[in-house]
Design a binder for this molecule. Sequence first.
Ligand code: GLV
Ligand code: MN
Ligand code: MN
Length: 412
Amino acid sequence: MNLEIDSARLLSEIEALALISEAEPPVVTRIVFTPADMRARAWFVDHCRAAGLAVRQDAVGNTFARWQGSNPAAPAVGTGSHLDAIPNAGKYDGVVGVLGGLEAIRALQRAGFHPNHSIELLLFTSEEPTRFGIGCLGSRLLSGTLSGDAARKLRDSNAESLDEVLRKAGLSGKLEQVQLPRGYYKAFLELHIEQGPVLERERVPLGIVTKIAAPASARISIEGAGGHAGTVLMADRRDALCAASELILAIENAARTSGSIDTVATVGMCEVFPGAINSIPSQVRISVDIRDTDLARRDGLMCAMETAVKQIRDRRSVSVRIELLNADAPAECEPKVMDALAASCRKLGQKFLPMVSRAYHDSLFMARIAPVAMLFIPCRNGYSHRPDEYASIEDIARGALVLAETLASLSA
Ligand code: GLV
Ligand code: MN
Ligand code: MN
């Protein structure tokens, strides 16, 4: 089989998609179900149909583009990723897995390959947590990790419910029907930029992911007492922002001293009320994102955070409410699917590195219903979630080629 990736076409598609954004280039912002995301979805569906794929959407907008195999009743081989992008993002996160997957399918078609198992390309809804506060919305529902009822209760920052947003997006099915049965996929593969520096540093062009780190996230609201910045004496203050600051540093310290480089913790959001230069902050809301490849260690950090909350609360006479948003278990990739990727790399003469994924992906949840593996390509300086995120077309095409070869071996 003469498998060839059309790099020029793939690059032009990545560039075209980057222009479907709520922000000016080079910034990409594509929050789920905004007009930009809707246009990107329509663009994707058109391109899948042009490749002869049969497209369907489920009730949450997960989009499946299927290349029917000669044995349609057999479990499909899935691949895919997401097109939504956080505010101030770049062009490659998620996109490489979706468009690389599409080009891998087209390369197989051009090579005259006929799959026995159907090959299905997935576009997951809302891998990013920006709008509804929870990441991997589509794959959580697909894997039964999130119930339809719990999903319906989600609201965005304008208090618009997921139901309402879906209705406006023209989606009216039952969220209960999104879940896929175990065995629906024979295997699921996700191609993605590494989003970290390891491959570039080691000068290895491909990474085969062995496990995906487990994220936990929470919103913490701190209530103290406000007042005049000039007249309230320091000894009488219950400054909510000072309490939050201590907590943020306690969380950072707990992550730094966990004993493993796999432990990371981030406070990425901080809302201060009332937010005036001459007013003592009375209320603060922060977000916390804690991750680890080891569930017990990750949970240990959550406990350390709760201990710090109690100490700071008592010492500073503030009240603190912790709202846990998610606390997911890490995923192990499936040896057979990793072996299939490794065999493709060897066949194509490509070096690869086994590695962990510190970012989460829809594959984290697909692993609950399917044998999963991920293929990483390098990105410059490990930058991601920023506008200067960059992966070379050579690296992207190499990833798409290994993906195509692996889809062929798994679907034969
Ligand atoms: C995914 O975008 C993540 O935050 O890991
Ligand atoms: Mn991302
Ligand atoms: Mn991603």
